[in-house]
Design a binder for this molecule. Sequence first.
Ligand SMILES: *Cc1c(COP(=O)(O)O)cnc(C)c1O
Length: 447
Amino acid sequence: MSLRDLPGVEKLLQTDSAVRMEALFGRTLTLQAVRAQLDAARLIVRQGGTTPNSEEILAQAEAMLEDWLSPTLQPVINATGVIIHTNLGRAPLSEAARQAMLDAAEHYGTLEYDLAKGKRGKRNVHCEGLLQKLTGAEAGLVVNNNAAAVLLALTGLARRRQVLVSRSQLIEIGGGFRIPDVMKQSGAKLVEVGTTNRTHLSDYEAALGDRTALILRAHHSNFRLVGFTTEPGLKELTDLGKRYDVPVLDDLGSGALLDTETYGLGHEPTVQESLDAGASLVAFSGDKLLGGPQAGILLGEERLIDRLRKHPLARAVRPDKLCLAALSATLLHYLKDEATQAVPIWRMIAASPEDLRVRASDWAQQLRQGDVIEARSTVGGGSLPEETLPTWALALSVSKPNALAARLRKARPAIIARVAEDKVVLDPRTVLPDQEAMLLKILQAML
Ligand SMILES: *Cc1c(COP(=O)(O)O)cnc(C)c1O
């Protein structure tokens, strides 16, 4: 065999399969893939291997094209029971939010246009009014995510000045967000007060000075402070702030609008509570317990929000029209008292153990396999660490549970399950109703 036995690019491109590939993937990529496979074939020949024929080369090229073009961002079925799963995209959106995004994507819209005046309007109006109505806040500002909200607030209000933070709140929430690093980035000077486990109001008071611009309170997010611990309440902090004329920024992280205790969970601080306790500004995510799109929301005093609106960084972290469309639609669910039925993550939180048992039993029956076991779901998203919700799950006993879990991840859509005690465990709580039939079909084929 010699290199001359290999077909040329032009000849390969004239074959029926190459013509079909071109129609599917376009000329440029098809050419690239065919060339790459020819190069690989030449290498094989030089190394004395068996020369692949034209058909083999084209088949390899097609596989390569499929690999290049298959989306890396794919839908999956979340059977983990972690409701706000950051790695799986946090909150799935409500039907109305999805529709609003489609409308905004398809048509021109009033993103920054005032129809009454026939001239330029403001991007910020779309959610601000809804947020004011929902929470009673004086003003609001929506940005790209909560990390950006905190960065903007620190930069806009405290650059070259001091921010007091309790040592018990110098958190890292994962994904590189660490309070001390964000502080550095903002140009604000971090002043640590108190100790890791105990911080008193007097520690804050002792640290207050001419250069203090802000007191920051950060939600502990994914960890819990237990044992011999104390931190001043938000009301005490805001009273102190008022005495010294220093604003308090409350980074709520998840920022619930509904009471998690109704569903047998611990207490997650709500946005309304923070505002009622006198926080000058609260910051929270759009896609954690709010159940909307990725966004960061700042609410609070008009004079502070106004400074942030005008800051150059606000332009760099502004939300796009798709985000604003989905966020408005999500906020409307809360205003209309329909959030627990309409917002998927709240439907999951509110799902009764009995309904979950029925769903898991139904799966077991249809598959004629697996045991229905008591298990625990979690909320996730940095809220309510260590808190769980009782659930019923389908447990599949197989000889190699990790291998089955890996095969489930190879399905399309991929199924993400947990492996616990040598069983593959599937929690119905986080499986969306319209994915259930597909889940069963895939499992049926695999088992
Ligand atoms: C999640 C979280 C953030 C970051 O929010 P993103 O929306 O992910 O940017 C900031 N602070 C706290 C306390 C959080 O829990």
